[in-house]
Design a protein around this ligand. Structure first.
Ligand code: TYD
Length: 228
């Protein structure tokens, strides 16, 4: 990394979510960011969705096995919501309250992209579920890792080896193209919270881009403006 001096903000922890299509490198980038924040002596936890708490991990197993698909898109959305509710209440909110930084691999934008834009679940249902599960909890920053779908799917296949693709990896190429567009729209609609990061590069280069996003959106905001 490029050794930028930053002044860590104090008080409540910060909530940073990572989003992106299959094989976009979220877990690698989260690990690198966690190492960097640890080195800056910021207490940090890494978690993921669906899952992240014992109850939510059970839901994870259900949805990724394809069971949710059998129930239909609305019910599948409710399963993701139930998992998120448990995860927020038992892990994310308590950690933030204690001043811990929370890095989460996927969060509510995944529901908006996968179930909303691609699954055609009505926005009304998604908004209602969001109110119940996360209320006012909004990520301080959402990093959306963006790369051509062919590159992402190749990476995901290489990582998987001989294992069968999961419920969403198994969708066709057009699904993944639409997913990329859905994420780009989420980023364009909420530029205060979201940063679209070009992830078609080596991991250290992408990590540098992620760190720049933190510098601009989190650390800069924590430094009071200089009087004129
Ligand atoms: P995972 O194996 O964690 O994949 P990835 O490495 O791509 O994050 O599987 C999570 C899958 O669940 C992923 O394909 C996206 C999907 N998902 C939804 O459809 N809706 C959601 O709300 C969440 C959190 C995930």
């Amino acid at each position: 990394m490029n050794g930028i001096a930053v002044k860590p903000p104090s008080g409540r922890g910060r909530f940073i979510t990572f989003e992106g299509g299959e094989g976009s490198g979220k877990s690698t980038q989260i690990r690198k960011l966690a190492e960097r924040l640890d080195a800056a002596r910021l207490k940090t936890i890494v978690t993921r969705e669906p899952g992240g708490s014992p109850g939510a991990e059970i839901m994870r197993h259900l949805v990724l096995s394809g069971m949710g698909k059998l129930l239909g898109p609305d019910a599948e959305t409710l399963l993701f919501a139930a998992a998120r509710d448990d995860h927020v209440r038992s892990v994310i909110q308590p950690a933030l309250n204690q001043g811990t930084w929370v890095l989460c691999d996927r969060f509510s934008d995944s529901t908006r992209a996968y179930q909303g834009s691609l699954g055609s679940v009505p926005a009304g249902l998604i908004n209602a579920m969001q109110r119940v599960t996360i209320g006012d909890l909004k990520p301080d920053l959402t990093i959306i890792l963006d790369l051509p779908v062919e590159v992402g799917l190749q990476r995901a296949a290489a990582r998987r080896g001989k294992d069968a693709p999961d419920r969403f990896e198994a969708e066709d190429l057009q699904f993944h193209r639409n997913l990329r567009e859905a994420y780009r729209k989420i980023a364009a609609d909420d530029p205060e919270r979201c940063v679209l990061v070009d992830a078609d590069a080596d991991p250290d280069t992408v990590a540098g881009r992620v760190w720049s996003a933190l510098r601009d959106h989190i650390f800069a905001a924590a430094i009071p403006a200089q009087p004129a």
